[in-house]
Design a binder for this molecule. Structure first.
Ligand SMILES: [Cu+2]
Length: 126
């Protein structure tokens, strides 16, 4: 009887572990590593590392329009760039999700929003 109890306890612990692991994979799968969110003022992360040939999914969590282009904000002053291999810019309406890319050239690329000061995203393509 004691052995049976030990086995049951071990089995229940095992099932808890399995559920915990599945929970983790669901969590990371719903929001891939190449996803960047925006609020109404900034990118929620300011840098991302991707592999050559991959794209970035940008999710606008706010109702505000963003105009994403190749360039950067430095101390509140915007500077348009023409980095070789940078993907075309795009507009991101409120609550919209769009794909930027693919990035087919390795290197470091600067994306910014032409509307919102200091809204920068640095993309490193490996
Ligand atoms: Cu913006």
């Amino acid at each position: 009887m004691k052995k049976l109890c030990v086995i049951l306890v071990l089995l229940s612990l095992l099932s808890i572990l399995i559920v915990a692991c599945e929970g983790d994979s669901v969590g990371s799968g719903s929001d891939s590593a190449n996803t960047v969110h925006t609020n109404d003022l900034i990118f929620l992360k300011d840098q991302i590392i991707i592999k050559k040939g991959e794209s970035i999914t940008v999710i606008n969590d706010s109702a505000v329009l963003h105009v994403i282009a190749n360039g950067t904000w430095k101390d509140g002053i915007q500077e348009a760039l023409k980095e070789r291999g940078a993907p075309a810019g795009l507009t991101l309406q409120g609550k919209e999700t769009k794909i930027i890319g693919p990035f087919n050239t390795t290197g470091v690329f600067h994306l910014y929003c032409t509307i919102h000061p200091n809204m920068n995203l640095t993309v490193t393509v490996q």
